[in-house]
Write a protein that binds this ligand. Structure first.
Ligand SMILES: Cc1cc2nc3c(=O)[nH]c(=O)nc-3n(C[C@H](O)[C@H](O)[C@H](O)COP(=O)(O)OP(=O)(O)OC[C@H]3O[C@@H](n4cnc5c(N)ncnc54)[C@H](O)[C@@H]3O)c2cc1C
Length: 364
C-alpha cells in the first residue's frame, strides 16, 4: 500500500515511521524538511497530569505516555541514533499562598485518583532542587512525567523511517483530491497518486484545498521558547511555576517556555516574548542571570476549537486521513497518533481513543 504523509513535523514523522515499520510504502512530503514547524520550538515535555485540561485530553495523554518507553526504544534500535528521553518527573512550585492552595487541590485530586505523587513543603522543595528561588512555598512532584529532546527524536524518526524504506521529499503539497483508484496530490513538483494520504501539516492543515471537503478548523497559536546554557544542569526535574516552565537537559542546556500568542502565521521571536521568558527564568532560578543564552525560537501550535486533535479517516474522501490539531501536546501524543493511524490505515482497526478525536465532529 502506498501512503503519502503531508507534513514532516513530529506527528508526520512518527506516522511515517510507524507505517514503514509495518510494511507500508511511505512517502513523506514537506517543503521545509523534517521538524521545522512547531515541533522545532517544542519543549518536549511529557506531562499529561499538568497539560490534560479536559477528561478527553488527559485520557489521550496518559495512553500516549504509556507507549513512550517502547516507542523510543524501537526508534533508537531502528535508527541507531541517540534520543534524549528521561522520565525524571515534574515539580510544580507555588510562589504565593494562592498558588499553593491551587496546587494543594491538585494534590488532593491526585490522591483521590491514586496517582503517585508527593506534596512538598518549602524545605522539602529546597532539598530536592537547591537552586530554585527561596520564594517557593510548596511543591508537587509527579515522578511519572518526563521530557524528550524533540530534535533528537525527529532525526531518529526520519532516519528510522528512511532505513525502513520511506522517502522524504522537499516539495509543497498544493491540493489533495479524489482520483480513480486512489488519492491525487498536486505538489510544487507535479502530481502524484497514492492509495492513502495522511494530512499532518500542523497549523497549515487548513490551507490545503481538499476538493469539496471543508478545511480542518486548525488555527496557529504562537509559542516562543528560550534556550539557556549552564556548565552543569542547574535542576534535576522539569519545573513549572506561575510564569512558565524550565526543562533541564543532561548537558546543561535549559529550555524556558513558553508564550501563548494569537498572532496568525507569524513565526518570529519578539522582545516582548523574550522579556516574559527571562522573567520566568530569573524568578524561578536566580542563577539564570549568569547563564549563557543559546538563542530562542518560536513555533505555531495547531489548535482546534475544542483543543483536541483530529485523528482518523475522512468521512467524505475515501483514502484520506487526518492527524492534526495537536495544539500544546503534539510531542506527547505522537506515539498514540502514529499507532492509531497505522492500525486504521493498514488493518481498519479503531482504538478506544478514536471516539474522542473523530474528524466527523467538524464535518470532515
Ligand atoms: C513553544 C512551544 C512549546 C511546546 N511544548 C510542548 C511540550 O512540551 N510538549 C508537547 O507535547 N507539545 C509541545 N508543544 C506543541 C507541539 O510542538 C505541537 O503540538 C507539535 O509540534 C505539532 O506537530 P505537528 O507535526 O502537527 O506540526 P508541525 O511541527 O508544525 O509540522 C507541520 C509540518 O507541515 C509542513 N507543511 C505545511 N504546509 C505544508 C504543505 N502544503 N505541504 C507539505 N508540508 C506542509 C510544515 O512545513 C511543517 O513542517 C509546544 C509548542 C510550542 C510552540
Amino acid at each position: 500500500m502506498t501512503v503519502t504523509v503531508v507534513g514532516a513535523g513530529i506527528v508526520g514523522c512518527a506516522i511515517a515511521y510507524e507505517l514503514a515499520a509495518r510494511g507500508a510504502d511511505v512517502r513523506l512530503i514537506d517543503p521545509r524538511g523534517a521538524g521545522q514547524g512547531a515541533s522545532r520550538a517544542s519543549a518536549g515535555m511529557l506531562a499529561p497530569r499538568i497539560e490534560g485540561h479536559s477528561v478527553a485530553l488527559l485520557q489521550l495523554g496518559l495512553a500516549s505516555l504509556d507507549l513512550y518507553d517502547n516507542f523510543v526504544a524501537r526508534v533508537v534500535a531502528d535508527s541507531q541514533r541517540r534520543v534524549e528521553y528521561r522520565r525524571t518527573g515534574t515539580l510544580q512550585v507555588a510562589l504565593t499562598d494562592d498558588e499553593a492552595r491551587r496546587l494543594e487541590e491538585q494534590h488532593h485530586a491526585l490522591t483521590r485518583a491514586a496517582v503517585a505523587h508527593s506534596w512538598l513543603d518549602a524545605a522539602a522543595v529546597r532539598r530536592l532542587e537547591p537552586s530554585l528561588t527561596d520564594a517557593v512555598v510548596a511543591g508537587l512532584l509527579i515522578p511519572g512525567h518526563g521530557y524528550v529532546g524533540v530534535a533528537t527524536l525527529i532525526s531518529a524518526l526520519s532516519d528510522a523511517a528512511g532505513r525502513l524504506g520511506a522517502s522524504l521529499s522537499s516539495t509543497e503539497v498544493r491540493e489533495v483530491s479524489s482520483a480513480s483508484g486512489g488519492v491525487r496530490i498536486d505538489t510544487s513538483d507535479g502530481a502524484l497518486t497514492s492509495d492513502v494520504v495522511v494530512l499532518a501539516a500542523g497549523s497549515w492543515s487548513g490551507g490545503i484545498p481538499m476538493g469539496s471537503t471543508p478545511s480542518p478548523p486548525v488555527r496557529p497559536v504562537r509559542g516562543q521558547l528560550l534556550q539557556l546554557r549552564f556548565e552543569r544542569p542547574p535542576l534535576s526535574h522539569v519545573v513549572w511555576g506561575g510564569l512558565g516552565y524550565l526543562v533541564p537537559w543532561e548537558d546543561g542546556r535549559l529550555l524556558v517556555g513558553a508564550t501563548v500568542e494569537d498572532v496568525g502565521f507569524d513565526e518570529g521571536v519578539t522582545i516582548d516574548g523574550l522579556q516574559q521568558l527571562l522573567a520566568c527564568a530569573q524568578t524561578l532560578l536566580p542563577a539564570a542571570e549568569s547563564a549563557r543564552c543559546d538563542g530562542a525560537r518560536a513555533g505555531l501550535r495547531p489548535a482546534t476549537p475544542d483543543e483536541l486533535p483530529i485523528i482518523g479517516a475522512s468521512s467524505t474522501m475515501p483514502g484520506v486521513y487526518y492527524a492534526t490539531g495537536h495544539y500544546r501536546n503534539g510531542v506527547l501524543l505522537a506515539p498514540l497518533t502514529a499507532v492509531m493511524i497505522a492500525e486504521l490505515v493498514l488493518d481498519g482497526r479503531e482504538r478506544a481513543e478514536s471516539v474522542l478525536v473523530q474528524p466527523a465532529r467538524f464535518g470532515l
